[in-house]
Write a protein that binds this ligand. Structure first.
Ligand code: GAP
Length: 389
């Protein structure tokens, strides 16, 4: 339910507003003007109205026959495609429980309050994993996934101090969830109170057998009510060793890609002052996340032999890693540019390279330089960057 402030026109979810203890609900408090707008303080809030949280559209070819177009909704989570395809994937891949299906893709929501940079947009990217387990064997699985995701985020550069776990209370959980643990990231370190610094990065939910049953033709909810009378499929799983048929439970890690990328960028962002007292930005991205792995730079762009050697080196590296060539400035500027976009290594070709077939490899984080024979360069970089090719 949504309410609008008549004074400042800000819109709020009614269930998120704090209300005086003597009222049963925010809605009751709004009716007697007992809630002040969190934005401007006015007590003139509109009567709460239902809000459509999914994005609705109409599908069909004939644009002038509006009535014949069928109603369709854009997916608000990537998860449902996985549930629908659960049996197909399980049988085609000959999987036994437990196993998971992961997907990355767009999701769309008619957000009440979009904004906050990329944190809440109407179109965003999710990466979700539905991990199917036998009921009774689900104990501890959610916590294992929490640990694996913490390891994954810290392994790619997030500081553990900037991550926090929140056990979501029952009244805050989605309708399908038996338990949810959210991972929060410190997106707003500049805010004055600790509480305001955090925003959700991802959630890990126990969805029980809710979704597979909901998509099946013979769904038995706990009261025996048919959940989906339109379904023609049954998504139950047959366990060969025990000859049992059942609906698996699902543990679902669901992460926002946009929020994750922002978190990786924030933790990677560092500043350093060079010998001349100038401030430089270094984006200390994990090499696997760095969009460019190596930049090959000629020390003198007006010397054709140096340019030719640098371009040859770049071409030789390209099949193995993303390499670029740049000669559009002095070497200091070229290094600074690569530091700022997170390129872990720069290779400089100089006059001496023409004689000894060796180049200088410069490290983004330490600015240390090392002379490496061109013949050993690829292996050297692979080892240094740990990049999977
Ligand atoms: N299938 C479960 C699910 O969708 P969710 O908590 O609603 O759970 C998962 O979404 C993640 O998707 C969130 O933790 C967040 O990172 C991201 N997310 C959700 N809504 C978003 C939005 N409007 N803009 C950007 N990211 C969003």
């Amino acid at each position: 339910m949504l309410t609008d402030c008549r004074e400042c026109k800000t819109r709020f979810r009614a269930d998120k507003l704090e209300y005086p203890k003597e009222y049963d609900s925010a809605e009751a408090a709004i009716a007697t003007h007992a809630i002040a707008c969190p934005n401007c303080g006015s007590k003139d809030l509109t009567e709460p109205r239902p809000f459509l949280t999914m994005l609705r559209t109409r599908l069909g070819a004939a644009a002038d026959e509006e009535d014949y177009l069928s109603l369709a909704y854009l997916r608000p989570e990537t998860a449902q495609g996985i549930f629908i395809n659960f049996l197909l994937v399980q049988q085609a891949m000959r999987r036994k429980l437990p196993f998971g299906i992961a997907q990355i893709g767009k999701a769309f929501r008619n957000e009440v309050t979009p904004g906050n940079f990329v944190l809440r947009t109407r179109e965003f990217e999710q990466m979700e994993l539905e991990y199917f387990v036998k009921p009774g064997e689900d104990e501890g699985v959610l916590d294992e996934w929490v640990e694996r995701y913490l390891d994954w985020y810290t392994g790619y550069g997030l500081s553990r101090d900037n991550l926090r776990l929140v056990e979501v209370e029952e009244r805050e959980r989605a309708h399908y969830s038996r338990r949810t643990v959210d991972v929060y990231y410190r997106f707003f370190p500049e805010r004055d109170t600790e509480e305001k610094q955090w925003e959700e990065l991802m959630g890990i939910a126990h969805r029980s057998d809710y979704d597979l049953k909901s998509h099946s033709k013979n769904p038995a909810d706990d009261e025996g009510k048919r959940l989906n009378p339109d379904s023609t499929e049954d998504l139950s799983y047959f366990d060969d060793p025990t000859k049992q048929r059942f609906y698996p439970y699902v543990i679902e890690p669901s992460a926002g890609v946009n929020r994750s990328v922002l978190a990786f960028l924030m933790d990677a962002y560092t500043e350093r002052t060079n010998d001349k007292g100038e401030k430089r930005v270094i984006l200390k991205l994990h090499p696997e996340l760095a969009p460019i792995k190596v930049a090959v730079l000629p020390l003198a762009r007006n010397k054709p032999e140096i340019v030719a050697l640098a371009q040859r080196i770049k071409r030789d590296l390209q099949p193995s890693m993303r390499a670029v060539y740049d000669d559009t400035g002095g070497i200091g500027k070229l290094y600074a540019r690569q530091d700022e976009i997170g390129t872990p290594a720069c290779v400089t070709v100089d006059h001496q390279s023409l004689e000894d077939e060796a180049v200088t490899v410069r490290d983004r984080d330490t600015w240390e330089q090392e002379r490496v024979p061109v013949a050993e360069l690829l292996e050297h970089l692979k080892k240094r960057l740990g990049v999977r090719c």
